[in-house]
Ligand binder design. Structure first.
Ligand SMILES: [Zn+2]
Length: 451
């Protein structure tokens, strides 16, 4: 029997909306949070199943807003370990071009399982590789998401500007505009759920200025407007990209974004590092979301996202682990720790608190995905909850439980609930043979590199 009515009783600590007292617990009814109880309070109605949470710190399920699941097959690959973005991409593209549906299924399952175990309940993926034979990549990912019982924003990515036309990716990895648009329409029609509690959503996501035509950017924006879905792309990640935009379009990145009709609140951007004050003001004015990817930005030495300036201007900030070839771990709670630390280097210790970083990983990320039903522990929100225990050596002697998650380096949730259903119990994913998955995935990764 599913847990339709459950009282998560007297948690050790919680991270609630507006710091609301939840020391009496959280009541879940039909997959939604129906009550937040203060000290000594009981649920309004009797007869709830009780889950004793006295050893758990309870967070809203974390939300990852940028990833490339397929890249779990090329983690820590020798030739690119010490490369910055452009040479890193040029070396990896031919390997990625050999991706198959079977390999993508394994890669997606691994990325999702890893995210889930790190406290993540909703994951966005940016999939832009559709070589011959992999035309149904997003359909493959939908299956993986359903198997894990998570929520996902699967973005129909695209590459349409190959080397032959001055782009970065090799010709065999690019598609014609018409093919991209038709598949985008099909996927939205087939999978995009609307309204509260949606499990699967689709967005449109041309890859980056250096891998798509301006035409496909404009057409994607028009289609997103027409079908009311969100827009996602990489922008202002490196200075090489800025140089590319200046040379090819005679525009800086934000001018380019504006020129193709993307400077809007429908858009969220991965990275968003190299902006001047005027560009930050324009992004804020438009309400364009920025997904901060701290680990990836450090690994590729791309730079530091100006999060606080963007937020002050009005641009929402969320977090993303980015693909596993540039942040080889898909771990959301560790990503919040990375955000805390890299942003302190930019803005100082007083301004960047654990609560701020956790807020980016939850409510901020929800805003990027255009969702108001997830990302907060509050009445009426989906019962997507992450439960962490502080019983490992790394937490011993810690005092404030919420701060301890980030400062002591929590890396694994003990339990996960999504829409009121337990998906992780005692650190194990319900119904998934992880050992078998690792064995199959390792084999697939070896084959992919071998060619
Ligand atoms: Zn990326």
């Amino acid at each position: 029997m599913p847990n339709t009515h459950i009282w998560i009783k007297t948690p050790l600590a919680t991270f609630t909306a507006n710091g609301l007292d939840a020391s009496g617990g959280i009541v879940v009814e039909h997959g939604v949070i129906s009550e937040i109880l203060g000290a000594g309070q009981q649920p309004a109605k009797p007869g709830y199943a009780v889950f004793d949470a006295r050893e758990h710190v309870v967070l809203p399920g974390l939300i990852n807003t940028h990833h490339h699941f397929y890249q779990t097959l090329t983690r820590a690959w020798g030739p690119v370990v010490n490369q910055p973005l452009f040479p890193w991409l040029k070396t990896l593209y031919p390997v990625w071009a050999r991706l198959t549906p079977e390999k993508l299924a394994l890669a997606s399952k691994v990325a999702l399982a890893e995210l889930l175990l790190s406290g993540c309940s909703t994951a966005a993926d940016h999939h832009y590789l559709f070589p011959g034979g992999l035309e149904n990549a997003i359909d493959v990912q939908v299956e993986a998401v359903r198997e894990l019982g998570m929520r996902a924003m699967l973005t129909r990515g695209s590459m349409s500007l190959g080397e032959a036309d001055g782009g970065l990716p090799p010709q065999q990895t690019v598609q014609q505009g018409q093919v991209i648009l038709e598949d985008s329409q099909r996927l939205i029609k087939q999978y995009h759920e609307r309204g509260e509690g949606a499990q699967i959503q689709i967005a449109l996501a041309p890859c980056s200025p250096f891998s798509v035509t301006q035409e496909i950017m404009r057409q994607s924006a028009d289609l997103a407007e027409e079908l009311d879905v969100r827009l996602h792309t990489h922008l202002a990640e490196t200075l090489d990209e800025e140089d590319f935009c200046l040379q090819r379009f005679g525009l800086r990145t934000v001018d380019y974004l504006d020129s193709v009709g993307w400077l809007s609140s429908r858009t969220w951007l991965a990275h968003g590092i190299h902006f001047n004050p005027d560009e930050i003001a324009r992004l804020g004015q438009a309400g364009t979301g920025i997904c901060h990817c701290p680990s990836s930005n450090m690994r590729l030495a791309s730079g530091i996202c100006p999060t606080i300036d963007l937020e002050a201007a009005g641009a929402p900030i969320g977090l993303g682990v980015d693909g596993s070839a540039s942040n080889d771990a898909s771990n959301m709670i560790l990503e919040a720790r990375q955000a805390l630390y890299i942003q302190r280097l930019r803005y100082g210790a007083e301004k960047i608190t654990p609560e701020l970083a956790l807020g980016w990983a939850s409510k901020g990320s929800a805003r990027l995905l255009g969702r108001t039903d997830i990302g907060e522990l509050a009445v009426g929100k989906q019962a997507d909850l992450a439960f962490f225990k502080l019983d490992e050596l790394r937490f011993s002697g810690s005092h404030d439980p919420v701060s301890a998650l980030l400062l002591c380096g929590a890396d694994r949730a003990d339990r996960m609930m999504i829409g009121g259903q337990w998906r992780v119990i005692d650190g194990q994913i319900e119904g998934l043979d992880v050992a078998q998955l690792i064995a199959d995935h390792r084999q697939a990764a070896k084959e992919l590199i071998a060619g």
